[in-house]
Design a protein around this ligand. Structure first.
Ligand SMILES: [Zn+2]
Length: 358
């Protein structure tokens, strides 16, 4: 580590979760960003950083302001690359919470990095932020209005029928050896599913408990985003050293989407996608299978695609395939990759390898 940063001690030397949470919540006695009124733009950046990460940097007998003006954060001469990078990351994540000139300034970077400047409609910010931050509270309102009790057992039944069909098809694969096939059937049987929404959201007390540490204030958009960042950080740190929660939902109930998690060998269908035109308990079976069954089959197949196949039925990375079968799988995958990679759309060629799993 370069000598320039030695007297800033990064306190996360011990990965024990309890100690880490304590460190994050205990600001250094000398760094008090709330008592510091930044006077220029550069001080403002430092102030964000200290507000977001009060416990990370323990500054040796330095006031927050002095720390910033010391050579450790010399953003103009850019000698302290790591610190500049950390501060920039803090600033970057907050640009979308600032006024239009700041958002406009960031557009060029986003366009260069992702090929699109992301658009500007305010309603998208409102819907996306609310969904991201308190999505399960919104979800509780949504499922009470839109998700009917009988949807869940029927969807469960469909998944099982699709699983059976999938296993039957495994028998038709001439390129897969017997042992790998047996293990594939085992893995298909072990796939767990979550449908609709997590039960706790319909219990107001449990829902309140989930958001108890989150403080949201009307008309304080920027401050709210800081609060959210701290809340998310704390929630994530609390997971350290804990056993994996296999019933954690990666999507909110109202999302029109679905996913497969290889590390849990699990498929998830939120209530949002279990509605028309994908699914309706009043529809004939053929319509439901034609629209929603396709999605279920798609997610199930992810367990065996170019990435999912590397995980076993417990969700661990583990080579459970016979070498010969892997070779033949890769040959067939390459064929699809070549075919798909030759398609053009809007004058640009698709990337067959990147999209192989689809
Ligand atoms: Zn997919």
């Amino acid at each position: 580590m370069s000598p320039e940063i030695v007297d800033i001690i990064v306190r996360q030397t011990n990965r024990k979760a309890g100690q880490m949470i304590k460190a994050w919540n205990e600001p250094s006695p000398t760094c008090k960003p709330k008592e510091w009124k930044p006077t220029d733009e550069m001080e403002m950046y430092a102030w964000f950083g200290l507000l977001l990460f009060p416990g990370v940097f323990h500054c040796n007998n330095m006031q927050a302001k002095d720390l910033w003006h010391s050579r450790h954060f010399d953003i103009y001469n850019a000698t302290i690359t790591v610190n500049n990078y950390l501060v920039w990351q803090a600033v970057r994540t907050l640009t979308s919470c600032l006024s239009k000139p700041f958002r406009d300034a960031y557009k060029g970077v986003r366009k260069a990095l992702m090929g699109s400047d992301g658009g500007e409609e305010i309603w998208r910010y409102c819907v996306a932020d609310t969904n991201n931050v308190i999505g399960f509270a919104v979800g509780a309102i949504f499922v009470r209005q839109a998700f009917h009790g009988e949807s869940k057992p029927e969807a469960e039944h469909m998944i099982n029928e699709i699983r059976e069909a999938f296993k039957e098809n495994l028998n038709n694969l001439t390129w897969m050896d017997k042992r790998t096939r047996e293990r594939a059937i085992d893995k298909a049987n072990a796939i767990t599913d979550m449908i609709g929404f997590p039960d706790y959201i319909l219990n107001p007390r449990e829902l309140d408990k989930k958001y108890a540490d989150l403080e949201i204030v009307p008309n304080e958009y920027f401050e709210n985003n800081i609060q959210v960042a701290m809340y998310n950080l704390k929630t994530n740190l609390e997971k350290l050293d804990q056993p994996v929660n296999k019933t954690h939902w990666g999507m909110t109930p109202q999302m029109v989407n679905a996913y497969y998690t290889p590390t849990k060998n699990q498929i998830v269908f939120p209530a949002g996608i279990l509605q028309s035109p994908f699914y309706d308990t009043n529809n004939p079976k053929s319509l439901n299978f034609g629209a929603m069954g396709v999605v279920m089959g798609h997610e199930l197949t992810h367990a065996f695609d170019d990435q999912g196949r590397e995980y076993d039925k417990f969700g661990n990375i583990h080579r459970w395939w016979d070498n010969k079968s892997i070779e033949r799988f890769n040959e067939k995958a390459e064929c699809i990759q070549r075919q798909y990679g030759s398609y053009k759309m809007n004058g640009r060629t698709l990337n067959g390898k990147q999209t192989l799993g689809k």
